[in-house]
Design a binder for this molecule. Structure first.
Ligand SMILES: [Zn+2]
Ligand SMILES: [Zn+2]
Ligand SMILES: [Zn+2]
Length: 249
């Protein structure tokens, strides 16, 4: 499978409107440092596309039929793109947790077909086996373990650490090929709902061969400083996501 990082930012995106912080200022100089809100696609070995979160309008990035759409949770930075995508010309199942579901989407889903998932549900989509995971966030949030042909990827945002049952479940399946982990904040920053860079990297290193840090806020270090920090500390085992990044699993 291929993992396609369409959006790797937090709620505000980078650069945030009118913000003059060093991260946003850098992103106005270097296009690669700009981030749309969280949106990720998996392209299966059969070249089918499955979407995980829709934080942005995907039409310029992924204009193919979707086998399914999965939401991690209903915070706005993970669902904005749904308001436009629901008008797509083909009926598509939208899997999501129940917590804080968006009333507009549920009452008027257009061509979306919403279905509710619970933690540790398993389903098959094309060649993928997908298991929902429980995460630690302000609202009910699902992570996903995505398996294909003996290889596995864990999608772990938004979260602060992991609940014990999720940690144990993933440890039994370790080492995963890839962990994609919420790294919203800079090293040393403590938040009840999101990891900082160190917490995210350590979480991923325990579970997977490679870790990609994503869901990165403008409050985090500027892109070049962040990649430098990560490279010096963890070598190539931990990578900083960027919009447009493709990872072959
Ligand atoms: Zn988020
Ligand atoms: Zn900023
Ligand atoms: Zn959130």
């Amino acid at each position: 499978m291929l993992v396609y990082f369409i959006g790797t930012g937090g709620s505000e995106g980078i650069p945030a409107h009118l913000c003059t912080c060093s991260t946003c200022t850098e992103a106005r100089k270097f296009g690669f440092a700009q981030r749309r809100p969280s949106t990720l696609a998996v392209i299966t070995d059969n070249r089918k596309a499955v979407l995980f979160d829709v934080g942005t309008d995907i039409r310029d990035f992924l204009n193919v039929p979707l086998e399914a759409i999965f939401l991690t949770h209903w915070h706005h930075d993970h669902i904005y793109g749904l308001y436009k995508l629901r008008w797509m010309a083909r009926g598509t199942v939208l899997y999501a947790p129940k917590g804080s579901a968006d009333a507009l989407i549920l009452q008027d889903p257009k061509n979306l077909r919403p279905r509710i998932l619970k933690p540790f549900d398993t389903l098959e989509v094309d060649t993928l086996k997908i298991t929902t995971l429980k995460l630690n966030h302000g609202v009910e949030t699902l992570g996903y373990l995505i398996e294909e042909d003996g290889k596995s990827v864990a999608l772990l945002y938004d979260t602060k650490g992991l609940p014990e049952e999720t940690q144990e479940f993933l440890e039994e399946r370790a080492p995963l090929r890839l962990a994609i982990v919420d790294a919203t904040y800079p090293p040393g920053f403590d938040d009840p709902y999101h990891n900082n860079v160190d917490e995210a990297a350590e979480l991923g290193l325990r579970l997977a061969e490679r870790t990609v840090l994503s869901h990165i806020s403008h409050k985090n270090l500027p892109f070049l400083e962040l990649t430098d920090y990560v490279r010096k500390r963890w070598g190539t085992r931990v990578l900083v996501a960027y919009d447009g990044m493709v990872f072959y699993v």
